[in-house]
Design a protein around this ligand. Structure first.
Ligand code: SF4
Ligand code: SF4
Length: 282
């Protein structure tokens, strides 16, 4: 039976909950380490190491370097491990100051200036994107069945109809209005970026009437390119399908609803963004 471990760095534990929902692995794989559910206090030698969370503190970095030495294969799991993630929000307001004040008093780990993706420090064999990744994708990683059988974009998973003759003139705010269950959310004026987001999630958000915010990251067409190319493509889709003024689209793409999520892709904000070979990304 294969051994695997889950190393939790700075994140929210959502990835772990999603993994635990994929109970099909329980009879086939031995979970040797995962602080959330096991009483093992150090990472043992394992075939597979799943790393969730970004590198936000000096302790994260120490644990990461220590754990990868004991692993046959390393998988970066979720937006935080792949792109820095939600822990970066601590730099946006007084949270960082509060944390630093507490750190001095209580000797909690020192913060690094930002939350880094793990491949800034260690070699990664595979990437499992999503916030969190869907349970069925965890199973694909564990079984090694990662050949490309997944949809290329969220649009392919979504199933909503794109209409040529329905062109909204303005954006509709998130979670406002009555959503038609069958029609593409862009036709209804919602800021959905599923057309350039990698598929495989099954589109749970858009099926439920909520625009895709891109948690799976760029699709294969964009993953090896700069983030500006990704953003331009999204704007082009809106130009082709709506009569919404360009400025309104640009403002929408930078609005808190979307920016809150896109902000987690901190690696794309660097001058030299990390380029991950698409073959390694599920
Ligand atoms: S743009 Fe969004 S709502 Fe429209 S088909 Fe694509 S994923 Fe579905
Ligand atoms: S629909 Fe978009 S936001 Fe929702 S899980 Fe899929 S990629 Fe993530």
């Amino acid at each position: 039976m294969k051994n695997f471990a889950v190393l939790q760095l700075s994140g929210c534990a959502g990835c772990e909950v999603s993994l635990l929902n994929a109970d099909a692995w329980v009879d086939q794989y031995n979970l040797a380490y995962m602080p959330l559910v096991t009483s093992v206090h150090d990472v043992p030698e394992v075939d597979l190491l799943l790393v969730s969370g970004g590198v936000r503190t000096d302790e994260d970095l120490y644990k990461l370097r220590h754990a990868v030495q004991r692993a046959g294969e390393v998988v970066a799991v979720g937006t935080c491990a792949i792109s820095g993630g939600v822990a970066n929000l601590g730099d946006r307001d007084e949270v960082r100051e509060l944390f630093i004040a507490q750190a001095r008093r209580r000797h909690v780990p020192h913060l690094l200036p930002k939350s880094h993706p793990i491949d800034a420090f260690v070699e990664v064999d595979r990437y499992l994107p999503g916030c969190p990744p869907m349970s069925h994708l965890f199973m694909m990683v564990l079984t090694g069945e990662t050949e490309k059988t997944l949809a290329r974009t969220v649009c392919q998973d979504c199933g909503r109809k794109k209409l040529r003759d329905v062109r909204p003139e303005h954006l509709v705010g998130f979670q406002t209005g009555k959503v038609d269950p069958d029609i593409c959310l862009i036709n209804q004026g919602y800021l959905c970026i599923g057309s350039s987001t990698r598929g495989g999630c099954g589109a749970p958000c858009t099926r439920a009437g909520h625009p895709c915010v891109g948690c799976r990251g760029p699709s294969d067409a964009f993953i090896e390119k700069e983030s500006a190319v990704w953003m331009k493509s999204i704007a082009r889709v809106f130009k082709g399908m709506t009569d919404i003024p360009e400025e309104e689209i640009q403002t929408g793409l930078r609005s808190p609803q979307l920016a809150l999520f896109l902000f987690q892709f901190s690696d794309y904000a660097d001058d030299k963004a990390t380029i991950r070979p698409k073959e390694k990304v599920l």
